[in-house]
Design a protein around this ligand. Structure first.
Ligand code: PHE
Length: 335
């Protein structure tokens, strides 16, 4: 009889009840007077007292289990009836699957392009000391970026990094040459929050140091990137600029045209939009990191990821990327 009990338990467990008809079939099979469970109780009467002692407990447990499954299924079908299928998902089948944040997918896309050009990926701490964020990068003591107004200081000489150039310093200090690496990451600046600027944002910076690296290598790398990222026919221009850690320095613009610019804010009526800063690494910086400038030279560049994401996705307000509104983020769930 023990075997029969086990067989019924396994049948009960396998029995799928998803409709009124199946519930009825279950009842007929196991629960009615002529059902399988009751039949066992009939047979039970013919057992010896010794056998009854052993089997009795199992039989009662079986009866309870069969009844419980019936009651649960009944309740489940009752609940199913009250569900509004248009707005409620099926109970038990609903899982929310997250997706990559749009800023992360832009960083991934940029990383893939630079990886194809032979760049590796490096990361570093977001809380940095003065040396890695400023001094090693040739920032004069009185440079405005060192001011409380621009930088979030944690302690006297410790701040939230204002750019990922700090990772470049760490890499150069390691001393393994040549270096061809990009540094994606979050950076912080003490700026008023608006549709176009935030107190934190994301950069992908790049550093290439080797023998005989020239400005034309820098231009070719960036041309290549822009064509891959924005399309083959994207027009670019370089403008002379200034950064303490590069000499000569430049900024690169891409041409967006004026047709799409209804309010003249994006390109300020010129059609051109600045997307990155770049230049040849200043020999002072190389020397700060103990790199022999008679042998090595290099270039560096820094791209703003958030602006790229705004352009690529046509997002007008930077803040929407970071206020965790699911309705906004779900639009990017296919990325
Ligand atoms: N670090 C610069 C910034 O944050 C960008 C940059 C990187 C410029 C490398 C030139 C070379 O604005």
């Amino acid at each position: 009889m023990k075997d029969q009990i086990n067989k019924i338990i396994s049948d009960v467990e396998k029995f799928a009840i998803t409709s009124k008809e199946e519930l009825e079939a279950y009842k007929l099979k196991f629960l009615v007077k002529k059902g399988l469970v009751n039949q066992l109780f009939v047979d039970f009467k013919n057992l010896t007292n010794e056998e009854k002692k052993v089997i009795g407990k199992d039989l009662n447990i079986l009866k309870l289990k069969v009844e419980q499954v019936y009651l649960d299924a009944q309740l489940f079908l009752e609940e199913l009836k009250s569900i509004d299928y248009k707005s409620d998902p099926l109970p038990g089948y609903y899982t929310e699957v997250g997706s990559r944040h749009p800023i992360t997918s832009i960083i991934d896309e940029m990383t893939l392009i630079f990886e194809r050009l032979g760049f590796s990926v490096s990361t570093g701490p977001e809380i940095e000391d003065d040396w890695h964020n400023f001094s090693a990068l040739n920032f004069p003591d009185n440079h405005p970026a060192r001011d409380m107004q621009d930088t979030f200081f944690v302690e006297d000489d410790i701040a939230l990094r204002t750019h990922t150039s700090s990772v470049q310093v760490r890499l150069m200090e390691e001393g393994t040459l040549p270096i061809r690496s990009i540094m994606p990451g979050r950076v912080y600046r003490n700026e008023a929050i608006s549709a176009r600027s935030n107190c934190f944002f994301h950069q992908v910076e790049g550093l290439y140091i080797d023998k005989g690296v020239s400005f034309s290598d820098l231009k070719q790398t960036l041309y290549n990137f822009v064509q891959e990222f924005f399309g083959q026919n994207t027009r670019v221009r370089f403008r002379a600029s200034y950064f303490p850690f590069t000499e000569p320095s430049a900024e690169m613009d891409i041409y967006l045209g004026l047709e799409t610019e209804s309010d003249y804010r994006l390109t300020k009526g010129t059609g051109w939009l600045e997307i990155l800063g770049c230049g040849m690494v200043d020999p002072n910086v190389l020397e700060n990191c103990k790199i022999d400038t008679s042998i090595y030279s290099g270039f560096a560049f820094g791209l703003g990821v958030d602006r790229m994401a705004m352009l690529k996705f046509g997002v007008k307000d930077l803040r929407t990327f970071f206020n965790s509104d699911k309705r906004f983020l779900e639009q990017f769930s296919c990325l």
